[in-house]
Design a protein around this ligand. Structure first.
Ligand code: B12
Ligand code: SF4
Ligand code: SF4
Length: 377
């Protein structure tokens, strides 16, 4: 029978391994059910869709006797602390490669001993953070992230379900203590109390959802095209892991996204969750970012999007033009209004015109980027 040390020996350095059983997670079932009832699930499906299934692993894996859990650090070179990112670190390149490698090694080791083993991560049948905490690879943070002593929240979780009756490891005796740094660090106030996330306000979810980005959250989107890391960056147990990292990596720009054909966006970001793989939602995010960080020099691209056949994109382009502001922006919006028939877009254009006239005294002065970044110019 493989021991914990046997399994630790087959994974990369820095990967934590723990083992738990298939017993249900009644506390988490109750939490998820309450999040949905309280309107805090933000309309997400995933593990929220059937909490009775996602918190009772034996229902989906009746043959299994143990769950081997890995916590895999995923920071890479270029993940500097302050770098005006447009893509959250977990989605910038193939950051799940380490998880897949660790799980494949464990499946191989168990299979070699004649046991059945199946790798699972980001799967609707299992709440990854719950198994991470019960197996002792991580503890529950107030940001709702699970943390390890060496890497803080900068870890991804994966599991191997197996019929090997392995010896369990214990939960970690650790907590955030008096720290509350992640709560004020959240740009939208989505961490409504310690350990409770309002997914309808969490930018990671907002940028993944179909439909419009609510107007009251568009400023807070800042430079984010996909994902958000603010509550992770604020987390002191992660400082050590983040500080060691060198120069900021080159960032994807909204102009790049807006100039790419759909098939190229789809191929470049195939690891992103995009509703129905419809690239209009990635373009929508890029338009909001351009409104936040762009200048008058970007009005040409935005004017093009005001003539786009997709009304969702015209609406967000109108907001972006109004947010950049100035007399050129005003002319672009007035011209668009003459040809616009969609009532939602008309409303957006009228609000954008109002925003434009409320904007700078020196009408054509380029707007300062709100996040302090100049990388996009
Ligand atoms: C749905 C989902 C999301 C949703 C909802 C997130 C959420 N907090 O629920 C959205 C889209 C917002 C999201 C965002 C992100 N996600 Co996500 N997501 C998931 C998914 C698919 C399910 C999560 C889930 O079941 N939520 C249900 C609710 C109830 O769970 P929870 O809030 O985490 O519950 C815990 C806390 O409430 C805590 N708790 C309860 N009461 C209290 C009280 C106190 C005092 C404390 C301290 C804690 C505490 O206990 C619960 C159990 O652990 C998992 C993959 C999976 N299959 O599990 C990945 C997962 C959670 N996501 C992950 C990542 C990396 C992210 C992002 C960092 C990505 C990014 N950079 O943009 C952000 C982080 C945002 C955040 N602060 O959570 C990782 C997290 C790894 C980690 N170290 O925790 C996971 C585990 C994927 C993986 N395989 O590694 N995600
Ligand atoms: S990921 Fe961003 S928006 Fe979501 S809770 Fe963390 S800081 Fe707030
Ligand atoms: S910032 Fe502080 S309170 Fe929030 S998860 Fe990290 S250690 Fe816990």
């Amino acid at each position: 029978m493989p021991t914990l040390s046997d399994l630790e020996a087959v994974v990369d350095d820095g990967v934590r391994v723990g083992i738990t059983d298939l017993a249900p997670f009644p506390v988490e079932q109750d939490l998820i059910t309450r999040r949905v009832a309280d309107g805090l699930s933000g309309g997400l499906a995933f593990t929220y869709a059937s909490p009775d299934v996602s918190t009772s692993p034996a229902r989906s894996f009746p043959w299994a006797k143990s769950i081997v859990v890995v916590a895999v650090p995923y920071l890479a070179d270029g993940d500097a602390v302050v770098d005006g990112r447009t893509v959250a670190r977990f989605a910038d390149g193939d950051r799940y490669a380490g998880v897949r490698r660790a799980l494949a090694a464990i499946v191989g080791a168990l299979g070699g001993d004649g046991f059945r083993a199946e790798a699972v991560f980001d799967d609707d049948r299992l709440v990854d953070r719950a198994v991470a905490v019960r197996s002792g690879v991580a503890w529950n943070g107030k940001s709702t992230m699970v943390l390890t002593p060496a890497h803080g929240p900068w870890i991804l979780i994966g599991s191997v379900l197996t019929d090997a009756p392995l010896e369990r490891t214990r939960a970690m005796v650790r907590s955030c203590g008096t720290c509350t740094a992640c709560i004020p660090a959240c740009p939208t106030g989505a961490i409504v109390s310690p350990g409770v996330l309002d997914a309808s306000r969490c930018l990671a979810a907002v940028l993944q959802r179909p439909g419009e980005i609510p107007s009251e959250l568009r400023d807070a989107v800042g430079s984010r095209i996909y994902g958000c890391d603010d509550c992770l960056v604020a987390c002191p147990p992660g400082d050590h892991a983040l500080m060691r990292i060198g120069d900021p990596s080159e960032q994807l720009t909204p102009i790049e996204v807006l100039g790419m054909p759909d098939r190229e966006i789809d191929a470049a970001f195939e690891h992103w969750y995009v509703p129905k793989r419809n690239m209009r939602f990635v373009r929508r995010n890029a338009l909001v970012v351009l409104g936040n960080v762009g200048t008058v020099a970007d009005l040409g691209v935005l004017a093009g999007y005001l003539g786009h056949p997709d009304s969702l994109l015209r609406a967000h382009a109108a907001w972006a033009v109004g947010t950049i502001g100035g007399s050129t922006a005003l002319r672009v919006l007035e011209a668009a209004l003459l040809h616009e028939n969609d009532p939602t877009v008309v409303t957006e254009i009228i609000s954008a015109i109002a925003a434009t006239s409320a904007a700078p005294v020196y009408a054509d002065a380029p707007k300062e980027p709100t996040n302090g970044s100049t990388e996009l110019e």
